[in-house]
Design a protein around this ligand. Structure first.
Ligand SMILES: [Zn+2]
Length: 325
């Protein structure tokens, strides 16, 4: 029996406040990449992309991108591409058990290494990634819209490079920035190829807009997208006010991830119901047990980032970091 077949699998303990928008109008594309629409300003500038539903159940990004497409948003410089990535999972989404529709065969946000993309392995997600690869290869600046299992303040994941942190700070929103290396289980879209090459001017951000199904996540997705498109020179700053985002964002805090705890056995459990951003004061505190082995915090004031409920060997259980002064 697979996890998906277990009774109750894919249900969520949280109220589902968001409704997935109909994206069928955006399937056909002149560029040939289904569900990705590209617009040329006719002016010089970077190719800027905003992607939604790399995870099929992360509705907030689909709401923001679909709204901007419907509103006819166009770039004033460069190219703008807006689109929906794991459509196969998204179109199956059942709001009775939405967590079951993160992906069809495998996590689309763990396949973005040359090695995996060039391998002979096959899955629904790998086919989609390979199909989109030439499009992604042409992108200079990417914002990838996501959401989280547990209620948590929104997080901008800036990746491991200084250029990622700089772009997150230019965008200036949301207030918590996490500098991180990704996951052992496979490479994320935001880390693909030159996005994570310190020598390249290409750059990418991933924003976790809040809990998957909370209404606020859609607002965070929209505000982050508009601020990102302003900073990249794609749209006029006045559009932010037109969409109702008039307030100056709160000052940002930055967390540097130092460690990732990877699950080794089926018998992994946290010692408490951590939800993320807890600060554990003392080094050596046991936060989990994996097959009886204690998992301890490595230093004082250790921050827990995005603890998972998906207990599967090889998955990241939690990442550990510290606030930068
Ligand atoms: Zn996600």
């Amino acid at each position: 029996m697979t996890v998906m077949d277990e009774p109750g699998a894919g249900r969520t303990p949280y109220a589902v406040r968001l409704r997935p928008p109909d994206i069928s109008a955006w399937r056909e594309s002149e560029t040939g990449f289904e569900y990705f629409q590209s617009f040329d300003s006719g002016q010089p500038g970077p190719h800027v992309m905003v992607s939604a539903v790399v995870h099929g159940n992360e509705i907030c990004g689909a709401i923001a991108v679909e709204r901007l497409l419907r509103d006819g948003l166009r770039p004033k410089a460069g190219w703008l591409t807006l689109g929906f990535a794991n459509v196969a999972a998204y179109l199956k989404l059942d709001l009775e058990r939405p967590d079951a529709f993160r992906f069809v065969n495998e996590d689309l946000n763990r396949v973005w290494s040359e090695e995996t993309l060039d391998s002979g392995r096959d899955s629904v997600e790998l086919r989609r990634a390979r199909r989109l690869r030439p499009l992604i290869d042409s992108v200079d600046l990417l914002l990838d819209l996501h959401s989280m299992q547990h209620p948590c303040v929104p997080l901008m994941l800036a990746g491991p490079t200084d250029k990622g942190l700089s772009l997150a700070q230019e965008v200036g929103y949301p207030a918590t920035v996490v500098c991180d290396d990704g996951h052992k289980a496979g490479r994320r879209l935001r880390d693909y190829a030159r996005f994570s090459d310190p020598e390249s001017r290409k750059n990418a951000l991933l924003v976790e807009c809040g809990q998957h199904y909370e209404a606020a996540a859609a607002e965070v997705a929209m505000e982050t997208t508009l601020r990102f498109l302003t900073v990249t020179g794609t749209i006029d700053a006045r559009l932010l006010a037109d969409y109702g985002y008039r307030q100056k964002p709160a000052p940002q805090k930055v967390i540097r991830v130092t460690d990732a705890v990877t699950i080794e056995s089926e018998d992994f459990r946290f010692t408490e119901a951590y939800k993320g951003l807890e600060v554990i004061p003392r080094a050596g505190t046991v936060i989990a047990e994996d097959n009886g082995r204690p998992v301890r915090t490595p230093y004082d004031n250790c921050v827990l980032i995005m603890p998972t409920r998906r207990v599967r060997p090889g998955n990241t259980a939690v990442r550990l970091g510290r606030y930068l002064a």
